[in-house]
Ligand binder design. Structure first.
Ligand code: AKG
Length: 267
């Protein structure tokens, strides 16, 4: 398994704002992550549910109808839309601490920088359901700097039919589209300006395949019109020096002070 990117891959990533790394999970590793997230959704895993953000899917497909994004278990169901704080789970932590991701972060942040996870989240589109995620950039005004990268891993096939991530190549070079707003969602006018059918690339992936996303890259994802779920694991890495506007910091996963999975709750 490669543990670093070639210069050509890196140049392509910087040019279009995303890069498919291919399959980084073998069948056994994939089964383990699939099984683990299902156990977490069903309330059967030994994880700190009270500190994990858990959101139920919408029944209508509308973003505004999705459940509240709050901490704590919301019931035993596979119809969660989002589960965040998976760095507290040893199985997901082990995956997100892989050397290849360390290499990617070192290229972006410098080899000496410690790296934290801003969010490590499960993103789900249950079969025949799912929620339309409008066009947006990944940025948050309560952080003192913008996160550079998200690593998105398919845990099921990700297809146009089941709501794979769609992107506008090169759009990360537009810079920040809504600097003054907390919301990084585009208005209808901005969407009409920056997104058109001929520009969209659908990131269709096999289970276990990984794609890197520059955080300013415009992206969205549709509802799931298929009979299979679209489970995915999305990790946003940041410089560990990043602070929230009230001084908060984030768990370190690479470099000095990095969390060891034995320090998490255990399996
Ligand atoms: O998984 C999705 O549908 C979208 C994910 C996303 O927006 C992200 O990972 O930043």
């Amino acid at each position: 398994m490669p543990s670093s990117l070639s210069d050509a891959q890196w140049a392509q990533f910087e040019e279009v704002g995303y890069l498919c790394l291919g399959k980084l999970l073998d069948e056994h590793e994939l089964d383990e992550l699939q099984e683990r997230i299902d156990q977490i959704m069903l309330g059967r895993a030994k994880v700190p549910y009270d500190r994990m953000l858990m959101q139920l899917d919408s029944a209508t497909g509308k973003y505004s109808d999705a459940g509240e994004q709050t901490r704590g278990f919301k019931g035993a169901t596979l119809e969660y839309r989002k589960i965040q704080d998976l760095e507290y789970d040893p199985v997901f932590l082990r995956f997100l601490q892989r050397p290849i991701f360390r290499d990617v972060c070192a290229r972006l942040l410098g080899a000496e920088a410690s790296v934290s996870v801003f969010r490590a989240m499960f993103m789900n589109k249950p079969a025949g359901r799912g929620t339309w995620l409008p066009w947006h950039q990944d940025r948050w005004n309560f952080l003192d700097r913008d996160p550079p990268i998200t690593v998105w891993t398919a845990l099921d096939p990700a297809t146009k039919e089941n709501g794979c991530v769609q992107v506008v190549p090169g759009s990360h070079r537009l810079g920040i589209i809504n600097p003054a707003h907390h919301s990084a969602f585009l208005t209808d006018e901005q969407t009409a300006q920056h997104v058109s059918a001929d520009k969209i690339v659908f990131l269709e992936l096999q289970p276990g395949e990984v794609v890197l996303l520059r955080n300013w890259l415009l992206h969205a994802s549709d509802v799931n019109r298929s009979t299979t779920s679209r489970r995915a694991f999305s990790v946003c890495y940041i410089d560990a020096a990043t602070r929230t506007n009230d001084g908060g910091s984030f768990l370190i996963v690479f470099g000095a002070g990095a969390l060891d999975r034995r320090e998490t709750n255990g399996q």
